[in-house]
Design a protein around this ligand. Sequence first.
Ligand code: SAH
Length: 202
Amino acid sequence: MGFADFGGFMRLRHLAMALSNLPPHPQHDVSLEQYATEGDFAARWVAEIVERGDLNGQTRVVDLGAGNGILGIGCHLAGAATTLLIEKDKHCQHDYEGVEWLIGDVKEWDGNDVDLVIMNPPWGAQISMADRPFLETAFNSDAKVIYLLHSDKATHIQPLAKSLNWDGEIALSGAFKLPALYEHHRSREGVTKVTVWRFIRN
Ligand code: SAH
């Protein structure tokens, strides 16, 4: 989609630069499965959300497993009304005007006061089912729409969503470079394919 203007808020290139310049995710805790999203991909994702009409000046956004906040801050820069970043690892937190942090477990969030949940949670590759609390929290929240990034190999997401009355479609596909910490998960090409899902209530 090039440098198209979206929503009149910020050009894609500027958004990608702003997000690439955030303090990097410390990525020091293997057990928390910290696969950080890159600025360019985060910007494309946010642009896609805006183009689909899921994000405007009224939208309250919650980013689950926020890391350095790249996804939530992307939504904030695209004009979200409020942005809450939820992250267990306190080393990820940094001051950023206009967004709030909840440093704690995803399960501590009550699921209220939200229109859009965005997340790139742990995929459950290091600790089996580590993604479940994220999926359950999001699907049981008050959100109208949920965006979720996961490994393209995951097969459990759609059945779980369906059982909780959410319909999913693929919004974006991409490739992730995993940090050296996760070397053993790399494919031959050195990247892992990812899918961004968009869920709405059925
Ligand atoms: N959303 C960021 C980070 C993705 S990595 C990005 O896309 O770059 C997943 C994040 O979830 C990590 O920062 C990890 O510390 C956090 N996390 C893992 N388990 C968690 C839990 N139970 N509650 C809250 N955050 C958790």
